[in-house]
Design a protein around this ligand. Sequence first.
Ligand code: ADP
Length: 483
Amino acid sequence: MQLNNPELLKNASFINGQWLTSETVFEVENPANGQIVGTVSEVTPGQLEMAVNSAYAACEVWQSKTVDERAVILKSWNDLIRDNQQDLAQIMTAEQGKPIHEAIGEVAYGASYIEWYAEEGRRIKGSVLPNNQQGRRALVQQTPVGVVSAITPWNFPGAMLLRKASAALAAGCTFIVKPSELTPFSALALAELSLQAGIPPGVFNVVIGSNAQPIGEVLTLHPKVAKFSFTGSTAVGKKLLSQCASTVKKTSMELGGNAPFIIFEDADIDKALDGLMRSKFRNAGQTCVSANRIFVHQSLHDELVERLRLMVSELTIGDGQDETTQIGPLINLKAVEKVEKLVAQAVTSGAKLVLGGEKIKNSGYFYQPTILTGVKPFMDIFNQEIFAPVASIIAFEQEDQVIQLANQTNYGLCSYAYTNNANRIWRLSEKLAFGMVGINEGVLSNALAPFGGIKESGMGREGGHWGIEEYLETRYVCIGNVE
Ligand code: ADP
């Protein structure tokens, strides 16, 4: 990696404003070529305890600042991230594999949350209630929850962290994050910039380890941690949620998805294809809001499949560092094996392979962009998160039928529909059982809007004023006997 600022490449946990190494290290691999990006120290149990204690102590320092002071520091972090956008993107692509232009976009997207929450911190408001008894006054305050711990995934190593940390810090909380062991360097680079921005020691901490479970236990069981925020799989989320129950922590859970992408007979097919390409193939399909089940009206099916086949067959696959790459590798061998199994099972059960369907034989973890038609609800590929560049297509005829099929999942994160019928748009916005509904739009997320799911896709929202409320407590103060 040729970084303009090599200082950004750190190899140890960042705790209380210091870089803490240990005797044990682990390697981080580049999924595009199997080469080692670097080694990182494993956090020790003592360092983890120190992280919690310093975040706890730093609450006083951070909360004693005025909202304006906090906003200035957060804005400086945002500026530094934007100044170092290219380097941060290079680090991200090296450890995660996504095309460099997507990594550049992710850095800006992540920073946009800091920019937005730096301002939103100024708009945290309490209230004064009307008196309902003589001599009494009632106030409602919005106070920071305290120490927030978080665990973030590898698919958006920068943005998932910043979506949480920006809102938590703006609310006056302190923060400890464990990024994925597959992508620790992006988080550590953000920590270096937090230091340069003047975020006080202990306010923002990053703990690194290859064994997630014991670290997760400290972050979810420790009595000094008030709130836990997770982005990752539903299976791990359920486990961590139950761990949080022992100390009744507040929690936010951004878990898996199984997004339907419905193209009705009256859709603008060009726009639908454009939205589908972005929703399905961004990050090689490794996003929790990727189109997972593509429902196409019978009357458009053959035309759409053919046009999609032409577009997908032109995608440039390769190392994300190459500017022309549109599809990078999957994150690791396990991910390739998972998609191989899903596709094989679908094909043996009657789905038709229109394009792709093979692992690419090179030193990275590449899987061909793939199109399957004739997918049925009993197939695993209909029910599981694919997390790979596989477009799984189902033909339908009736609106009621497709809504019922779209909702036939325990997940409820994101959904998409393309139609030009205004009445249908209203019906879909009310009947699709998902936390997010994109109508004639394939990429929805931004700092102003509430991102999050219902059902087993989780609870809580990131973005907008909903996002900061996750880090605030409501306190009722009743003052009696006022004369
Ligand atoms: P994915 O399937 O997308 O890799 P995971 O839920 O496995 O999602 O991982 C998301 C995050 O959760 C990562 O930071 C990972 O290290 C962490 N994680 C995985 N298993 C556990 C666990 N048992 N306890 C705590 N954290 C975990």
